[in-house]
Design a protein around this ligand. Structure first.
Ligand SMILES: *[C@@H]1O[C@H](CO)[C@@H](O)[C@H](O)[C@H]1NC(C)=O
Ligand SMILES: *[C@@H]1O[C@H](CO)[C@@H](O)[C@H](O)[C@H]1NC(C)=O
Ligand SMILES: *[C@@H]1O[C@H](CO)[C@@H](O)[C@H](O)[C@H]1NC(C)=O
Ligand SMILES: *[C@@H]1O[C@H](CO)[C@@H](O)[C@H](O)[C@H]1NC(C)=O
Ligand SMILES: *[C@@H]1O[C@H](CO)[C@@H](O)[C@H](O)[C@H]1NC(C)=O
Length: 509
């Protein structure tokens, strides 16, 4: 097999290269074989290429001189995947079931004889055979959570785990960091606080959260999949899964935030003198004889059998509960989406969730073939998480750079300020993903609306496009544009595909 020949040739070449500077003299190679402790060092200078190896060693460490000068085998893979397409047209190349996908688009690129990681190549066709329009240097914008180490909880009984994305994984993501956390039935994320603001979206299951603010106002709420919470920096809080367990996403407003660096109540107790604890809490030191010696982090708990009303009542002090306009939760699961041709969106920002005063989020659902239109967010970075589906994104950064990425369920994305991007659904199921901004409002500029509201002769003179096209540019913001599940489609003119008429109506209303 040519593939194997090629590997062998490369390995052979490497050995020859490393053989060149090898010293001809060396000391004892293996005490276990030469034995006799205290024996004189052996001078092997007269015995070239005869290393003393351990029992069971076979073959020669070096190859023969006949190998010098080999340039390796220029093996060519026989199977060539899809890639005859016009590189600048940049159609999505679906390589999910291509046996031997290749870094080829039309005339550009060449085969890859290996070694290679085929599942990664198949998941990232726009990295393997990028569109001809990609150019220059754009920082990496993709981090699969599946590549982050999942830190397990403590105490056994499968209490849960957490894994994170921060600037260690994705250096460009300086304004926000993310954590994916799972709590088993009734398990806790230990009582804690931290230096960053914490925003959360519940992916599945349900949870009870509680917190106390600087005024002594208390807060307890029950949340389910699709809901949000927010804890300002420094506000101590607790999180307990219900008996169905929970998984949630956390976003912090510091790119280098580490989930391992939070301030835990167990550590607060373990790191202060017991006498101080006794004085502080006005008790006898014996009270603390069984406190945890180590942090608990994520651990199993007993079921909370109280109703929400009972729980709230039990923790309300003289300052009362947190006022509604400062609530730490938002029941986004109950918000109706805003639907447009091609998909829908739910937007939440400080105008409806005021305590999260710098977190703005849009949760998009994009139908197969449809696309989140080309846009940018004025002065804000964007943090993404893909909850479902397969999408591709081209990040364009002026003056001349662009790079295309492919995203799957569980991937984090990050687009720095000012760069434009689209999100195209390239799969057969809906793409669900979120855009999170550090911004007081969810705001964006739509490229189509911009040109639709620019004097038409300016657009025409600049881009050299027909007047008939300029007449179709929208004056409203579409957010999403419909498309076709046949990804070789190149004509998206109104009426040329299902739902296009709706799009025209929305664009000119
Ligand atoms: C809650 O109910 C369960 C089942 O009835 C019981 O085992 C548990 O002890 C109760 N927990 C509390 C805190 O009362
Ligand atoms: C909530 O309302 C109170 C009273 O009107 C006001 O002082 C406070 O600033 C508001 N909080 C937020 C986060 O808007
Ligand atoms: C919001 O976040 C941005 C980006 O991190 C920051 O520049 C800005 O100061 C923040 N605003 C507030 C009110 O925290
Ligand atoms: C997809 O569209 C192309 C033309 O754009 C057509 O040739 C092809 O047959 C279509 N494929 C399917 C599966 O409909
Ligand atoms: C694109 O589709 C429209 C609507 O079906 C049609 O009128 C137009 O001729 C097509 N354009 C091309 C270049 O085929």
């Amino acid at each position: 097999m040519k593939f194997a020949t090629s590997i062998a040739a490369i390995a052979g070449l490497t050995t020859v290269v490393s053989a060149r500077p090898a010293p001809r003299t060396w000391k004892r190679q293996n005490d276990a074989v030469v034995s006799e402790p205290g024996a004189d060092a052996i001078d092997n200078s007269a015995i070239p290429y005869a290393a003393v190896g351990p029992v069971g060693a076979q073959g020669n460490i070096y190859g023969s001189e006949a190998l010098l000068g080999s340039a390796g085998d220029s093996a060519k893979a026989t199977e060539v995947g899809p890639g005859e397409e016009d590189a600048d047209l940049g159609l999505y190349l679906d390589m999910t079931s291509t046996p031997n996908p290749q870094p080829i688009r039309g005339d550009s690129g060449a085969t890859d004889p290996g070694p290679r990681n085929l599942p990664i190549d198949r998941q990232n066709p726009d990295a393997l055979a990028r569109p001809g329009t990609d150019m220059g240097s754009i920082p990496n914008a993709k981090w699969p959570m599946g590549l982050s180490s999942a830190r397990p909880g403590t105490g056994g009984g499968q209490p849960g785990w957490a894994r994170q994305e921060n600037t260690d994984q994705l250096p460009v993501a300086t304004a926000m960091a993310g954590v994916d956390m799972r709590l088993g039935p009734n398990a806790y994320r230990e009582l804690h606080w931290h230096s960053a603001n914490e925003w959360s979206y519940i992916l599945s299951g349900s949870v009870r959260i509680a917190a106390v603010n600087q005024n002594g106002q208390s807060f307890v709420d029950d949340l389910q999949a699709g809901d949000l919470w927010f804890f300002p920096a420094g506000v101590p809080h607790s999180i307990q899964a219900t008996d169905e367990g929970v998984e949630f996403l956390l976003v912090f407003n510091q790119g280098d935030f580490s989930e391992d660096g939070t301030d835990l109540v167990s550590e607060l107790f373990a790191r202060n003198p017991l006498e101080i604890l006794a004085k502080n809490f006005q008790t006898d030191v014996s009270t603390f004889k069984n406190i945890p010696k180590d942090q608990r982090y994520i651990f199993n708990g007993s079921p909370d059998n109280t109703t929400l009303e009972e729980a709230r009542k039990a923790v309300t002090g003289p300052a009362g509960p947190l006022p509604a306009n400062e609530s730490y939760s938002y029941h986004l699961s109950a918000q109706d989406p805003y639907t447009v041709p091609g998909g829908s969106v739910k937007i939440v920002d400080p105008s409806t969730f005021p305590i999260a005063n710098n977190f703005s989020m849009a949760l998009f659902t994009i139908g197969p073939g449809a696309m989140r239109e080309i846009h940018w967010h004025l002065t804000f970075d964007e943090w993404n998480f893909f909850l479902q589906g397969n999408a591709r994104v081209t990040v364009f950064s002026g003056p001349q750079a662009s790079r295309t990425f492919d995203f799957q369920e569980g991937d984090v994305g990050y687009v720095p300020v000012a760069s434009s991007r689209y999100v195209e659904n390239v799969g057969t199921t809906p793409v669900v993903y979120m855009e999170v901004l550090q911004a007081p409002r969810y705001i964006d500029i739509s490229a189509a609306q911009w040109l639709g509201l620019t004097p038409s002769h300016v657009v025409k003179d600049t881009l050299n496009v027909p007047q008939a096209f300029i007449d179709t540019l929208p004056k409203t913001k579409r957010y999403i544009v419909p498309g076709n599940t046949n990804l070789t489609t190149t004509n998206f003119t109104v009426a040329s595909y299902p739902n296009a008429a709706l799009s025209a109506t929305s664009g000119s209303s």
